[in-house]
Write a protein that binds this ligand. Sequence first.
Ligand SMILES: Cc1ncc(COP(=O)(O)O)c(C=O)c1O
Length: 483
Amino acid sequence: MWRDMSPDEFRRYGHQIVDWIADFLADPRQFPVLSPHPPGWLARQLPGEAPVEGESMDQILQDFERLVLPHCTIWNHPRFFSYFAVSSSGPGILAELLAAALNMNGMLWQSSPAVTELEQVTLGWLRQWLGLPDVFFGMIHDTASTSTFHAILAARARAAPEARSDGVPSNLVLYFSEQAHSSVEKAGLAAGLGRKNMRLVATDDRFAMKPESLLEAIRADRAAGLRPMCVVATVGTTSTTAVDPVPAIAEICEREQIWLHVDGAYGGHMAVVPEYRHLLDGVAQADSFVVNPHKWLFTPIDLSAFYIRHPDALREALCLVPAYLRSPSNADAVNFMEYTLPLGRRFRALKLWFVMRYFGQAKIASLIRGHVEMAQRLAQTLQSDERFELCAPHPMSLVCFRLRGSNAQNEELLERLNRSGAGFFSKTVLGGRTVLRWSIGNIHTCWEDLEAALATLRQIATELASGQDPQITLDSVYEPKTS
Ligand SMILES: Cc1ncc(COP(=O)(O)O)c(C=O)c1O
């Protein structure tokens, strides 16, 4: 009698699920990118209590298709144009299956040597693909938010080693641009800096940090007796993919002896493409850097690669080894738990290793290049229609645009576009104006997807101009798969 699912049953349902995934990946367009159902639709259909007796896999899978799937926002969809569009590719999906089967926890080298060593190897490979020097020590986190939090903890340990014994001093200052991701401010809050010690540095007309404003803020803080601790620069901001002038910022940080962390969570991947490598100029001088392969390296969520020049600063901030976790020391046996807030570590490196080996640098570069080219073509197409305007430079694969009109009209455009099923779009606010974001990053996205969404966009613009009610509804563009 098997305590777990029997091997035969596992094999049967495993094949069934892999077949389902293969069919899904063959054409994700058969499903709507957004759930057509209202909030609470799924929760209301599920029992409030878990079963006392087990249920059959047939029943569970049926309910997955009948209830869960129709209420998904499908991120792995070619018409997902929202936030930053991402992909979970075949090799990454298969690696996740293996990682779950082995179920290892790589908190220490000893607790699974392969988890630790594959993490070191894959992050070394990725560092080379990005053209960064080998002075960086790499580790994997779940998200860029966690990576940036670790950067700030390391910067804090360097600027104020007394924080470990006495608590956080009240005069440490963190600098980032007004376009930086909210995870930076959140990391500062979590590190105990307090909002009064965070400086939102002004940006120029391309939404990039102004180095002269940074320097001014640092000087004013020093004059007021404060301690500038860390600057966070961004390569590829969330709203518009703006690129802060990292070389100039690095020079200031070097001169002022301030920790420089670079957030390349999305934009860092551009450096895999040889002709875009210059976008990471200056990062080699940084103290730490984050890039998220789960954003634009075709790796399933979650995987954030964090690089740090002074890993000892993290040990100063976080190392605490209870008796039950002590293990023989060996220079080749890194214990990642000494450098990180979480103790447990998933075998995330396996999926990155699969993805990097399966595609290779040339294929990944050509996929990213293809996304950038599609975005450039999209920008030209939008620009050629006088009803729309582009709202920011588009150096990567994101196009920010709006209807020439009021914020309310643009909100309505977004609402109708998302309800139409043509794709899932998001928005931002630039200079007080509502702007739509069209992000291209899914491995399956092709120009035909953009053309189809463009046709809907134009039709909705026409409807809005004539004050018509929406003519396109989800049902008219999407015919649900019947099984
Ligand atoms: C530039 C940038 N940094 C950080 C983040 C936060 O990423 P994560 O969800 O991995 O914490 C994002 C999210 O989109 C981002 O665009």
